[in-house]
Design a protein around this ligand. Structure first.
Ligand code: NAD
Length: 552
């Protein structure tokens, strides 16, 4: 593939069986008569020439026939290895069906069983034993043109904990979403797992586990490995986004602070989550009519997601005129030990800015009653924690309370969509992390919003790659949030849906990327001159899975 245009053809095209074995170029039975003659394919394919649409129909027939979602995951992976364009055609055209398979929740199960369903390796594995040789390993990757890396150390995979090297399913899945949702050229993406061991006994005991059988690397040795990795990526590639994914919060915040002003990087668990939730709040404000600075937000859970969201909300409130201190005073946290207040001992570093001078209270209900928040945001991973009484209190204090139960997967949500609507007598503005079906309540249909990070990170990635941004800043996540909220239609809002339909994601991502790229130029971080028509330029950078004529 050419360096700059994801839709142009390669100059040194393989032919014959090599072409059929190249997943980036293979079109299988859709190769035309002319291509079959010119590219040495005659006889290697059955005579009937199919269209890509017909091939996609066949894929969907086989997809539906699989007995369960894990088998569907394996089937789609095999398609990806055979014919990448067809894989992305099918995924893009059936986003609602495919997203839960290639990403959460099925990807979680796939990771847990990775060693058992393993067929062919995807991406790069760099282990703790490779210290001093990471540049050499990166050189084994077959292309010089890598624009997006997603890297994990497998310690906090979704809500599933330490899966070690099995975590590879996450960078693979996430990069598929970059391509499906925002048209990042799949030929330029690189999933990486840093296998630094695992503390999960089940894997240490499993004969089919694919990773190092040793406890996790910690401390200086761990930091040195990450440093060597980041440096090696900078040395090998001209401009590459490095997205850190599913690191435990003891490392996630630290690494973000260490590298965010040095390389082009972000952490989706912290910043992507913040942006999509911020978009949900802005959309909800279109329904309630209030201003951000007047909200009082209570979080259940003070980890990567919660603190990331609060930090962005503080920036938003400051844009509306509050000081940082005033804005922080509007954000409150309840964690596993109760309300986060100044008098508590041993508070983690990331919670300190939100530890207020207030009496200590041990449970969420007391905190809701004492603070009377306008929004309740659940990012605790603890199901059934937004009880009937709590939601009812929220509805007493607010005409339209925001109730966001963001914990994943569905089984971990703080409350269900139906509970939120019923307990608030249909007044709650509800969003969740995992999808919930529409709810009928007193003759009205409510469509819950899914605060899926996939609304944000692909557009951010597309922007920073397209204009070669040096860094990824909080202002970019703010611009993405505003753009996403603006793209929610009045019709969506009338149904209670505070995010646009997932099926429109490519259009949504292009607009988000344009808004983000504007910020890149405003902040003087771009690596190319500003195109006159930024949206037009961004669109030309988007990979399209439609087959091209390979003879031209
Ligand atoms: P984390 O491990 O960094 O933080 C979890 C926090 O919850 C910690 O502060 C912990 O003290 C707190 N907690 C644990 N038990 C609690 C309890 N009983 N009561 C109150 N607080 C409790 O994890 P994270 O990355 O912040 O993710 C948290 C949840 O948010 C996960 O379930 C994740 O799936 C979800 N999440 C959703 C989205 C989304 O919807 N877009 C994005 C990211 C994370």
């Amino acid at each position: 593939m050419s360096q700059d245009n994801p839709n142009s053809h390669t100059d040194d095209l393989p032919t014959g069986i090599n072409l059929l074995h190249d997943p980036l170029l293979n079109q299988g039975t859709a190769f035309t008569e002319e291509e079959r003659d010119k590219l040495g394919l005659r006889g290697l394919l059955p005579p009937k020439v199919f269209t890509q649409t017909e091939q996609a129909q066949r894929v969907m027939e086989n997809f539906e026939r699989k007995p369960n979602d894990l088998e569907r995951y394996i089937f789609l992976n095999a398609l990806h290895e055979r014919n990448m364009n067809l894989f992305y055609r099918v995924v893009t055209d059936n986003m609602d069906k495919m997203m839960p398979i290639i990403y959460t929740p099925t990807v979680g199960q796939a990771c847990q069983e990775y060693g058992h369903i393993f067929r062919r390796p995807r991406g790069l594995f760099i282990s703790a034993n490779d210290k001093g040789r990471i540049a050499e390993i990166l050189a084994n990757w077959p292309t010089d043109n890598v624009r997006a890396i997603v890297v994990t150390d497998g310690e906090r995979i979704l809500g599933l904990g330490d899966l070690g090297a099995n975590g590879m399913g996450i960078p693979v899945g996430k990069l598929s979403l970059y391509t499906a949702c925002a048209g990042i050229d799949p030929a330029t993406t690189l999933p990486i797992t840093l296998d630094v061991g695992t503390n999960t006994q089940r894997y240490l005991d499993d004969p089919l586990y694919i990773g190092l059988k040793q406890p996790r690397l910690r401390g200086e040795a761990y930091d040195e490995l990450i440093e060597e990795f980041v440096t090696a990526v900078q040395d090998r590639y001209d401009h590459t986004l490095i997205q850190f994914e599913d690191f435990a919060n003891i490392n996630a915040f630290r690494l973000l602070e260490k590298y965010r002003n040095r390389v082009c990087t972000f952490n989706d668990d912290v910043q992507g989550t913040a942006s999509v939730t911020m978009a949900g709040v802005y959309s909800a404000l279109r329904l309630t009519g209030g201003q951000l600075k007047d909200q009082k937000i209570l979080f259940l859970g003070a980890g990567e997601a919660g603190v990331g969201i609060a930090n962005l909300i503080v920036s938003g409130m400051m844009e509306e005129g509050l000081s940082e201190e005033e804005a922080r005073a509007q954000c409150w946290f309840v964690d596993s030990r109760g309300l986060v207040v100044k008098s508590r001992d041993n508070l983690a570093h990331h919670k300190l800015p939100y530890a207020h001078d207030f009496e200590q209270m041990g449970d969420l209900l007391s905190a809701v009653e004492a603070l009377k928040p306008t929004a309740l945001i659940g990012v605790s991973g603890q199901p059934h924690t937004f009880t009937k009484e709590i939601v009812q209190r929220m509805a007493e204090y607010n005409e339209k309370p925001m109730v966001f139960a963001l914990s994943n997967p569905t089984s971990k949500a703080e409350c269900t969509a139906a509970e939120a609507y019923e307990w608030s007598d249909g007044r709650a503005i509800f969003a969740s992390g995992s999808p919930f079906d529409p709810v009928e309540y007193k003759g009205k249909t409510y469509v819950p919003g899914q605060g899926n990070n996939a609304y944000i990170f692909p557009g951010i990635g597309l922007a920073v790659i397209a204009v070669k941004s040096k860094h990824v800043t909080d202002e970019m996540f703010m611009a993405a949030a505003k753009s996403l909220a603006e793209q929610v239609s009045k019709e969506d809002l009338a149904l209670g849906r505070i995010f646009p339909p997932l099926q429109d994601i490519r259009k949504v991502s292009a607009k988000i990327a344009t808004a983000v790229a504007e910020v890149v130029y405003k902040q003087g971080l771009a690596g190319i001159p500003r195109p006159d028509d930024l949206l037009g330029y961004i669109k030309t950078q988007m990979y399209d899975p439609t087959y091209k004529d390979l003879t031209k």
